[in-house]
Design a protein around this ligand. Structure first.
Ligand code: GAP
Length: 434
């Protein structure tokens, strides 16, 4: 059933325009995915909800958007050049490459039983060249995390905004990792988006800040409608901590393929600021002007994946309900996340007055939220399609509308239908959506 659910999600994503295989007409580029019209709306809504909760509604967090390409010394300082490795083994027979951590038997190929090579380190950063000459001196990396863009701007933020501890920086952006074993649809890819917060605190407050952020980030998923039975916390063992982390708690989701990481909340201590101070020669300490003391703040980092969160919310929202003899597939996404808030549907496609009125209504609704006009099928088909993409309300314009100036509004969740006057429709929907 669980595997089946993943197949259903992948199929719905393609059929309805959420997520497509990357470069599909060329046979696809493995493990790359393109977000279609509904996918990009969902993803944008998710990022907007994160930004609102973590930047706009707080007084202690500032937003940023730093460059993907950074000075090569950044990755030496951050430890990624020396520590950002997976151990991998190659099969001498079928030539496939495996992550050692995934292998039960480190000597035998899990696919063809051929002999595996000794495990060798494999750096996960993507290399490229800056400028027209492809030579070692021009080598740079695509960032494997957005975090470093915030650390290297610590001084700029102190000098331009003068924040007092505790304060945070937040950004959303693409990261790249040359993963050995990408897979499970959009769960593990080589190009993905992260939503990261770097929260700077006095070292004595770090443990409490870590606890608070774990709660805050866990609750964010619940507040956006994720089912609590599908969400859990898992503490990292000492042997799985990243090279920079003192402690880390994962928020895990119960994906169809099992429990897996959605977000990590780590105590990075003073590792990053100290390293960048040493490598750049700049003083990256914080000066407490009340106590007249200088120190390196500790950093608490909630770091989540946009694509993983989209996949988790899609999976969580998917439901099949028996309606009479039929099965209704519906995405019960929250009102914040649903890609389309209202669809305006003409009951009769061959009546120009009905079509025109429906188009005018949808045009007017679009000014306030994402609404669509759809006349590409019978009303039954249109309802079914809108349910499958999670549209919250369907507004039907029928013959009677021409006389009484009322439309039928059908709720996705209750399937109840109400007649609402066209004049009051927008206000009615805005009330439902807020
Ligand atoms: N700055 C800390 C950091 O990058 P991470 O645990 O390596 O920590 C944070 O990554 C989050 O980024 C993960 O919880 C996951 O949601 C997302 N992520 C990491 N690697 C990914 C990949 N290959 N594909 C999709 N998402 C990924």
């Amino acid at each position: 059933m669980a595997e089946n659910l993943m197949d259903k999600i992948v199929s719905l994503c393609k059929r309805r325009g959420f997520i497509f295989q990357g470069s599909e007409i060329y046979g696809g580029l493995a493990n790359t995915w393109d977000y279609g019209p509904y996918g990009v709306e969902l993803k944008n809504n998710l990022k907007k909800a994160w930004w609102k909760a973590n930047v706009q509604e707080r007084n202690d967090i500032l937003g940023m958007d730093s460059a993907i390409l950074m000075h090569p010394r950044v990755w030496e300082a951050s430890g990624h050049v020396h520590n950002f490795f997976d151990l991998k083994s190659d099969c001498k027979n079928c030539k496939k490459r495996f992550k050692s951590a995934d292998l039960k038997d480190k000597t035998k190929c899990p696919e063809c039983s051929g002999q595996l090579t000794e495990a060798r380190p494999f750096n996960l950063m993507f290399k490229t060249y800056q400028g027209p000459v492809e030579e070692t001196g021009n080598e740079i990396h695509l960032r494997p995390e957005t975090a470093q863009g915030m650390f290297v701007n610590f001084l700029n933020i102190l000098d331009s905004r003068h924040p007092k501890l505790p304060f945070g920086l937040a950004q959303i952006g693409k990261s790249f990792r040359n993963e050995i074993t990408p897979g499970n649809f959009t769960f593990r890819t080589r190009e993905f988006e992260q939503m990261e917060i770097e929260y700077f605190v006095n070292p004595k407050d770090a443990n409490q800040a870590l606890t608070d952020w774990i709660e805050s980030r866990f609750n964010w998923y619940l507040n956006l409608g994720m089912k609590s039975e599908n969400l859990r916390k898992r503490q990292h063992g000492k042997d799985e901590l990243a090279h920079y982390a003192h402690a880390c708690m994962d928020v895990e989701y119960n994906f169809p393929f099992g429990w897996a990481e959605l977000e990590g909340i780590a105590n990075r201590a003073d590792f990053d600021l100290k390293q960048h101070a040493q490598y750049s020669g700049r003083d990256l300490q914080y000066f407490d002007d009340l106590k007249k003391e200088k120190f390196y703040p500790y950093i608490i980092e909630p770091s989540g994946g946009v694509d993983r969160a989209v996949l988790a919310f899609l999976t969580d929202a998917y439901q099949e309900e028996k309606v009479k003899e039929d099965t209704r597939a519906v995405l019960k996404l929250s009102k914040e996340l649903a890609p389309v808030k209202a669809a305006v549907l003409p009951l009769l496609r061959n009546r120009p007055e009905i079509v025109e009125l429906a188009k005018n209504i949808s045009q007017d609704l679009k000014k306030s939220f994402n609404a669509v006009y759809d006349d590409t099928g019978s009303i039954g088909k249109l309802y079914r399609r809108q349910d499958e993409v999670g549209t919250l309300y369907c507004v039907t314009v029928d013959v009677q509308t021409l006389e009484d100036k009322q439309v039928t509004v059908r709720s996705r969740d209750t399937m109840l239908q109400e007649r609402i006057s066209v004049d009051r429709l927008k206000e009615y929907l805005i009330n439902q959506l807020t």
